[in-house]
Design a protein. Sequence first.
Length: 323
Amino acid sequence: MAKSRFRYNPDSLSYEKISPGFKQRFIQFLTYFAATLVIAVIYNVIFLSVFDSPKEKALRRENNEMTLQYQILNKRFDQVSFVLKDMQQRDDNIYRTIFEAEPIPNSIRKAGFGGVNRYADLEGYNNSNLVIETTKKLDIITKEVYVQSKSYDELIKLAMNKEEMLASIPAIQPISNKNLRRVASGWGYRIHPIYKVKKFHYGMDFTAPVGTEIYATGDGVIYVEKSSKRGYGNEIIIDHGFGYKTLYGHMSKFNVKQGQHVKRGEVIGYVGNTGLSTGPHLHYEVILNNKKVNPVNYYFNDLTPAEYDKMLEIASNAGQTFD
């Protein structure tokens, strides 16, 4: 309680109480108010420096929850990536191998997102880096899942055509070859019968009398039928589909026409000695995706394991070819 002030009045010979004027009272009010305000500010600063405000507590709690959710999300990304990688390996090394399809190149599976910055609208925020990195991971996984789904679509079609594919793949010898006595020359470098130099032989030669039946080694369509006095002479190429073709050379005559559908085991012509040949025989080739491959690997419907081993031994003879 403020002390009262008095002043001595000589006229009345007494002390009179001094009442402050409006100005003084106003100044006193401002002084008290300013002092209170300063104390309040100091108190607030000290309090906030030691304790979090309710808003700060809420934000801190929210940040902690976001950090936890981000960690959980990253673990889920890692789990999905692991499962997807396993699916890709199975796809390339098992499923596509079974159906004799080429593996999907990594350049397609891991294709990036070039060109325009896809994440420009996510920049400029406090957590932009976090959001952009998470979005990139999601985009990459989404792209890989899309590629994998397309691969499975292709495998479904291959599975539906599996019976047709098995009938079309070259799987027997092109002539009757009991006891494997008609294998004359195989795949690899051999002495050319005319030029007498080593030259790569892209097929197999089967010796047989002129007129011996020649069989289609798989279902297909007669793709080429031509006669010539050079090269393979009278020649037939069958397109089996699924990337396979077979070539039959030095024939004496044809039993089919170009564009005709043939079945495995059907007689397409007869052994001859036409073209650049030094004796009656059949020159036989297997072509996969426009690349010549070793025919010895395509007699699995004809040979037992023991016969296959014997065929390999005979075909590896590095002697002279017939063409």
